[in-house]
Design a protein around this ligand. Structure first.
Ligand code: MN
Length: 233
């Protein structure tokens, strides 16, 4: 869905040819369930107050226990008696996208997944990218400053609700944005990091100042260890 809005910030890259294709990291996966269980809301990887002052505990609490939980609850409700009832979340997302008849299921499944990924993409540690990930960023973007600028630019260019992502596709890293519940995992891309651009992610703290929220998240909260794990395993 919404492929037209998937905007690649593709620069000319001679690195594409030289990049080793060998990669063994498993795709990032939502916590698996046994087929007879309902999906449960995965725990936050930190306490609700730990993202302060960038994101308040009020915002995290509302976002996690209301918005994210509602997606998981709706998902479980919509799955009952459907052909997707016993699949893992990534399969459900994959099989319901692009079909208007399953759009409600897709939206809730994808949002359950995207939010799980978003929470992992944030960390109070403030650590910067290092080592092989830093080298990779240097090759593909010309440095962390340029990657951060590209994330900020894409986030502001996204009209309405959606997400900005750092992804890997075809042997290099890209910044993309998606609308609503759309997610890189249905477009053959490997997500490394995500930032939620829905107003519920920042309105309590920043009102309509998306640029301020995104700038603060990029500068202080991105979880580069998670990005590295998603890329290299
Ligand atoms: Mn959200």
């Amino acid at each position: 869905m919404q492929d037209a809005n998937l905007s690649h910030a593709r620069n000319d890259s001679s690195a594409l040819q030289t990049r080793a294709a060998a990669r063994t990291a498993p795709m990032p996966g939502f916590p698996a369930r046994s087929v007879w269980e309902q999906f449960t809301l995965p725990p936050l990887p930190y306490d609700e107050y730990e993202l302060e002052p960038v994101i308040s505990s009020e915002t995290v609490s509302l976002h996690y226990s209301q918005h994210h939980k509602a997606y998981v609850d709706n998902l479980n409700r919509l799955l009952k008696g459907s052909p997707y009832e016993h699949m893992q979340l990534e399969q459900i997302v994959e099989k319901t996208h692009d079909d208007p008849a399953t759009s409600a299921l897709f939206n809730n499944a994808a949002q359950a997944w995207n939010h799980w990924f978003y929470w992992q993409s944030l960390s109070p540690s403030g650590a910067r990218p290092r080592g092989t990930l830093a080298q990779r960023i240097e090759t593909d973007f010309g440095g962390i400053d340029r990657l951060e600028a590209e994330l900020a630019r894409a986030a502001l260019a996204q009209f309405g609700s959606g997400w900005v992502w750092l992804v890997e596709e075809g042997g290099r890293l890209w910044v993309i944005k998606t609308s609503n519940a759309d997610t890189p995992i249905v477009h053959g891309m490997r997500p490394l990091l995500a930032i939620d651009l829905w107003e519920h992610a920042y309105y309590l703290d920043y009102v309509n100042r998306r640029a301020e929220y995104v700038g603060a998240v990029i500068g202080k909260l991105l979880n580069w260890r998670f990005a590295r794990k998603n890329l290299f395993g």
